[in-house]
Design a protein around this ligand. Structure first.
Ligand code: FSX
Length: 367
């Protein structure tokens, strides 16, 4: 018999009170108004646990590793109470033909209604031969699975934008999910890997309210509506013109802004500065390292991780702008603040460039 999400809570020994607490905590994570928790509870109480098919292609499994560390909602909560995870080749106990048969049966039963989660890029080169499982290429597998999906969640920068497999010279002809599937709603949850609570939070949001509002890169605005720079606790140092110029200078020891050390926070849309990682313990900038921009398209190829952003233009060295038009406003703000720096700060920037790597050649990597 089909069971609702509230039924699943009860079956697993959780009270209605625990269910309401879950809704309140998730609504808070999603930065929704208090009334949304009640709306979420009402919807989830009558929503049947949806079948979820989770497919992995060209990736490092970092996304799933990250998701299993979500603390709210936890992956266990998600799997036992919110969804029916019918296939995930890393988490499932079954293997080989038994696993494939179970997947086919689950897809047949829930055809047109299941949620398809995909991580990894899809190689198109050599007729798809670079990624084959159970005799089926990733591209054929995805095309077929997508036809029966109500919606697709592309988890990780590889699935959302191509990520590392897509980086030059892209030997396998890797593409993001959106280049293979064009007739299904797709939610991009970028990051290499994405923040655990963002992944599980997006699933619960979709179950409660349907498609979230997305930015122009197909990402939920709830989590990708601000840049790291917008919410960074080091932002006051940026505004005061106080920068670290090496990783062990006075500025670094004082926790000043990492902009001159190549931090891509000003052009990177993600929630790292607010949700942080490891149960809200820290995030890269708090650990003294600039943001790599891993939730943006082409982050691996653009700019070089330790090369400062050219603030006044907002353009990366190859003349491309991360995040397109949505980025423009943020970059203009960055540029305006940067232009207001004193001559002394400009001299400091010059010395910072001297300690950073030389610019990459066109079409080469700097990693
Ligand atoms: Fe890519 Fe994810 Fe980076 Fe790795 O599934 S986004 S390489 S963390 O594992 O796809």
């Amino acid at each position: 018999m089909d069971e609702t999400i509230l039924d699943a809570f009860r079956k697993n020994g959780l009270s209605r009170r625990a269910f309401l607490k879950f809704c309140a905590a998730t609504a808070s994570l999603l930065a929704l108004p208090p009334a949304a928790a009640a709306a979420m509870a009402e919807k989830l109480a009558t929503t049947l646990r949806p079948t979820v098919i989770y497919l992995s292609y060209q990736e490092c499994t970092g996304c799933l590793e990250s998701m299993t560390r979500s603390f709210s909602p936890t992956i266990e909560h998600l799997m036992f109470n919110n969804i029916s995870l019918a296939f995930n080749d890393t988490l499932q106990a079954a293997a080989g033909e038994a696993a494939e048969a179970a997947r086919k049966e689950a897809m047949r039963k829930a055809w047109g209604k299941y949620i398809l989660i995909v991580d990894g890029a899809v190689p198109m080169g050599a007729g798809g031969a670079y990624c084959v499982a159970a005799g089926q290429s990733a591209v054929d597998d995805l095309r077929h699975a997508a036809q029966g999906a109500a919606a697709i969640i592309a988890v990780g920068t590889c699935a959302a934008f191509g990520g590392v497999p897509y980086a030059a010279p892209n030997p396998t002809g890797a593409v993001p999910v959106s280049e293979v599937v064009r007739d299904r709603p797709i939610i991009n949850v970028s990051g290499c890997p994405p923040i655990p609570e963002v992944m599980t939070g997006v699933v619960v949001y979709y179950l409660s309210f349907g498609m979230p509002a997305l930015d122009r890169q197909g990402r939920p605005l709830t989590f990708y509506g601000n840049t790291i720079h917008d919410r960074c606790y080091r932002r006051p140092f940026y505004d005061e013109g106080r920068f670290a110029h090496t990783f062990d200078d006075e500025g670094a020891r004082n926790g000043w802004c990492l902009y001159e050390l190549g931090c891509k926070g000003p052009v990177t849309y993600n929630a790292c500065a607010t949700l942080k990682w490891n149960q809200g313990t820290s995030f890269p900038i708090q650990s003294g390292h600039g943001c790599l921009g891993c939730s943006e398209p082409d982050f691996w190829d653009k700019g070089g991780f330790y090369r400062p952003l050219p603030a006044a233009t907002g353009h990366w060295p190859r003349g491309e702008v991360l995040g397109g038009a949505a980025l423009g406003g943020a970059v203009v703000g960055v540029g305006a603040a940067a232009l207001a720096r004193s001559r002394q700060q400009a001299a400091a920037a010059k010395s910072a460039k001297e300690v950073n790597s030389p610019p990459p050649k066109e079409d080469s990597h700097e990693h």
